[in-house]
Design a protein around this ligand. Structure first.
Ligand code: GLU
Length: 498
C-alpha cells in the first residue's frame, strides 16, 4: 500500500510555525516512503477563513520548498457529500436526530451535561443520556418531515474503551463514557470538523494522519466515524507541541510575529535553513546530525524519531537580539557561511533589490567582483538582511557609521586626522590595488609614521565600512577598490574632529 499523507490547515490566520512543521513532517514522510503529500484547505469556518490566510499557506509551503501532489482540496466544496454521509449513518441507525432547540445547547449547558455524564459514569450509571438517542424512528422521521430543526449526532457506544496505537505516543485509551455523542451535522446543516476530516481523509485515500497532539482526543471520535462507515482506519502519528520558553502554548496573540512563518522570510532567513531548524523542533535523526541537506533529511526521517516531549522554542521577548530562537539564527548563519555560493547569490540579489542597492552590473561586468565580495562578507553574517545592513558599505556610498566604532577606532587617536589623508595619498600609488600590495604599502606607511599598523587597520575598517569588525581588512580594501577606499579614508578625517 503506498503512503498518502496530507497537510490540512484551516485558513484562519497566518501560517503558524507549528503548522509549517506539521507540513514538513508529512512531506518528509511522504518523500521518504515514495508516497504522496496532499494539501487540503479546511475552509469550512466561513466566518474565520480568509483568502489572505489561504495565500499565506501556499506562499509558506512554496517558500519552504514543500511541493504537494495532486490537486488541492478545498474542504468547503465537499459539504454536500459530508451531509450525505451523515444521512447515511442516520439511515443505518448509527446516528440520530437531536431536536434539542439551539438555545438550550448553550456552552454552559454542554459543560453541565459533560460534568453530569462524568458523575453518572463514576457512579456506574448510564452515560449517553441524550433524550433523542432512543427516540423511535417513526417519531424522529415525522418531526423532521414537519420541519423541526435537528442536529445529527453519532451514537457513541455506551460502554467500553476506545483504543488506538499512536506511532509517536504509543497506546491511547479513552473510556467511551467520556466521549459525548458527537454532532456530525449542525441544525443549520453545517457538517462539523470530525465528520468532514474523516470523509475527506477516506476520499483522499489517506494512510497516515500526522498532525499536532492537540488532536489526540479528536482521533478517538474520528475512529468511531471510520468504524461506523466501515472504512479502514489510517495510522496516526501525533506531533509534540511547540511551546514558548515559559511552556505556554505559542500563539500570535501572546507572542506576536515570532510565531508566523512569513516573519522568517521577511527577516532574512534562508528557507533551507529555517526548514532544517523546524525539522529539529521535535525530531532528531538517529545519528544526531544537525545540518542536513534535504536529501539527507529525507533519508534520515522517520516517524519513530519524533519526540514525545514538547519542543521549546527559545526566544526572549525582552531582548531584540534574541527575537527568535538563537539556534534558528545560528543555523541560518551556518547556511549563509557554508552553502554553495551560487545558491546564495540569488537570495543576496533579492535582498539588495528590496533595499534599492542592486545594480545590473553585478550580473554583468562586475559579476566576478560581486561573487567575490559576497563570499568575503558572508562569513560574519547571520541573516540576509545583513547584506544590506552591516554590508551596505560594499554596495553603496551611503552607509551609516557605528558610533561606538567611530569613537574607538577613529576619535581616540587624534593623530589619525592627519594620518588618514596621508595614508590615502600613499594608497593612491598602489598598483595593482590588491590585498597584498595594500598590505605592504600600509605597513611601510605605518613604520615611517611611527605608529602601529593595527591603529591604521582598525581606523581604515571603520572609515571604509562604518563597522568595528569585518573580514580581513586588506581584502576589504581590494573589494572596495582604490577610488572608494581613498575617498573614504579622506572623508573619515572629518569624523575625527571639526
Ligand atoms: N484543520 C485542522 C487544523 O488546522 C487540522 C485537521 C487535521 O490535521 O486533521 O488544526
Amino acid at each position: 500500500m503506498s503512503v498518502r499523507v496530507r497537510f490540512a490547515p484551516s485558513p484562519t490566520g497566518y501560517l503558524h510555525i507549528g503548522a509549517a512543521r506539521t507540513a514538513l513532517y508529512n512531506w518528509l514522510f511522504a518523500r521518504k516512503q515514495g508516497g504522496k503529500f496532499l494539501l487540503r484547505i479546511e475552509d469550512t469556518d466561513l466566518q474565520r477563513s480568509t483568502e489572505e490566510s489561504t495565500r499565506s499557506i501556499f506562499e509558506g509551503l512554496a517558500w519552504l520548498g514543500l511541493d504537494y501532489d495532486e490537486e488541492v482540496v478545498f474542504q468547503s466544496a465537499n459539504a454536500e457529500k459530508h451531509r450525505a454521509v451523515a444521512h447515511r449513518l442516520l439511515e443505518e441507525g448509527k446516528a440520530y436526530r437531536d431536536f434539542t432547540p439551539r438555545e438550550e445547547r448553550s456552552e454552559a449547558n454542554v459543560k453541565q451535561e459533560i460534568a453530569a455524564r462524568a458523575r453518572r459514569a463514576a457512579a456506574g450509571g448510564e452515560t449517553q443520556t441524550n433524550p433523542y438517542r432512543d427516540l423511535p424512528r417513526e417519531e424522529s422521521d415525522r418531526r423532521a418531515a414537519a420541519g423541526e430543526p435537528f442536529a445529527i449526532r453519532l451514537k457513541v457506544p455506551r460502554e467500553g474503551i476506545s483504543e488506538f496505537h499512536d506511532i509517536v505516543y504509543g497506546k491511547q485509551e479513552r473510556d467511551y463514557a467520556e466521549i459525548e455523542d458527537l454532532v456530525l451535522v449542525r441544525s443549520d446543516g453545517h457538517p462539523l470538523y470530525n465528520l468532514s476530516v474523516v470523509c475527506d481523509d477516506i476520499e483522499m485515500g489517506i494512510t497516515h494522519v500526522i498532525r499536532g497532539q492537540d488532536h489526540l482526543t479528536n482521533t478517538h471520535k474520528q475512529i468511531l466515524i471510520y468504524r461506523a462507515l466501515g472504512a479502514p482506519v489510517p495510522q496516526f502519528a501525533h506531533l509534540p507541541l511547540i511551546l514558548a520558553p515559559n511552556k505556554a502554548k505559542l500563539s500570535k496573540r501572546k507572542h506576536g510575529e515570532v510565531v508566523s512563518l512569513t516573519t522568517y522570510r521577511d527577516r532574512g532567513f534562508l528557507p533551507a535553513a529555517f526548514r532544517n531548524f523546524l525539522a529539529l523542533l521535535g525530531w532528531s535523526p538517529a545519528d544526531g546530525k544537525e545540518i542536513m541537506t534535504l536529501d539527507e533529511m529525507i533519508e534520515r526521517f522517520s516517524l519513530e524519531g519524533i519526540h514525545r516531549s514538547n519542543a521549546i522554542f527559545n526566544f526572549n521577548e525582552r531582548d531584540p537580539r534574541q527575537w527568535t530562537d538563537p539556534k534558528a539564527l545560528w543555523m541560518n548563519a551556518e547556511y549563509i557561511h557554508r552553502m554553495p555560493l551560487d545558491e546564495l547569490l540569488p537570495f543576496v540579489r533579492a535582498e539588495l533589490e528590496s533595499a534599492g542597492l542592486w545594480r545590473a552590473e553585478y550580473q554583468g561586468e562586475r559579476r566576478e567582483w560581486f561573487r567575490r565580495t559576497v563570499d568575503l562578507i558572508r562569513q560574519r553574517f547571520h541573516t540576509l538582511k545583513d547584506f544590506s545592513g552591516q554590508g551596505r558599505a560594499y554596495f553603496s556610498d551611503e552607509f551609516s557609521f557605528d558610533e561606538a566604532a567611530v569613537e574607538k577606532n577613529l576619535r581616540r587617536e587624534p593623530r589619525l586626522k592627519e594620518l588618514l589623508p596621508k595614508l590615502a595619498r600613499a594608497l593612491e600609488e598602489v598598483e595593482p590595488f590588491t590585498a597584498e600590495n595594500v598590505e605592504r604599502a600600509l605597513r611601510a606607511f605605518a613604520e615611517e609614521a611611527g605608529v602601529k599598523a593595527g591603529l591604521l587597520i582598525n581606523a581604515a575598517r571603520t572609515a571604509l565600512t562604518g563597522q568595528a569588525v569585518g573580514p580581513s581588512m586588506f581584502d576589504v580594501f581590494e573589494a572596495l577598490g582604490r577610488e572608494r577606499s581613498v575617498r573614504r579614508l579622506r572623508a573619515a578625517a572629518d569624523l575625527i574632529s571639526p
